[in-house]
Ligand binder design. Sequence first.
Ligand SMILES: [Fe+2]
Ligand SMILES: [Fe+2]
Length: 279
Amino acid sequence: MKLFALSDLHVGYAENRWAIERVTPRPDDWLILAGDLGETEQHLLYVLDTLGPRFKRLVWAPGNHELYTMPGERGGPRGQDRYERLVDLCRSRGAITPEDPYVVWEGEGGPHALAPMFLLYDYSFRPADVPERDAVAWAVESGVLSRDEELLDPAPYESRPAWCRARLAQTEARLAAIGELPTVLINHFPLREELVRLRHIPRFSIWCGTRRTHDWHTRFRARVVVSGHLHIPRTDWIDGVRFEEVSLGYPRQRPRDRTADGCLREILPGPAGAPLPRA
Ligand SMILES: [Fe+2]
Ligand SMILES: [Fe+2]
């Protein structure tokens, strides 16, 4: 029993649906879906119904795209209500969400507490001399503006950073209550600023996470931290902890012969010869 992860499936793209429909069934294994599956409820259900039967269990954390209120669905749930609706849909298909008790992974490489999280971002991945209120203008100056500003409604919070702060407080309390078990931390957005390497659009960083999670990998005994959002799949080691960016990404961003199977990342037990976790 292995634990795999994939994020940023973006199934609005036909090429991505084609790829996902060819994922090899692994009936003994679990799959983490780390956000940006698509933009609509139909997209989410499509992924759950396509991949759910191929794995023993799915674990879900939302991305920014799931939370979009798309033009044409203005009457639908927004912000927190939308998030809760997505949680309900996941639960209806048996997937574990950030609102469920953390489950203990007892498969290969365990036991570890699996902690799917929804933390968002607070514009803090910016230079110290740019105040928070000017962060978006600072990014726009370089020609970069996330669609989140238009489509990701933070209601009932006054802003996305305010929503982020509320999520951080709730999540921190729950993680602190886990006890001594090592963890797998799962969040759509990377937990550390140095992981955000966006050579062509560096100021997009403000929509990529929060500095408040800088030490969570050590504070909460992470063996592996799983994230997506950047569409730059890679593995990093920081303080002896493995950080996995597990995006499938947009079709144009990967070689034509790269399958979804080829993008699935083994989280546990993990690559042979990996450094031992810290004592
Ligand atoms: Fe994405
Ligand atoms: Fe994203």
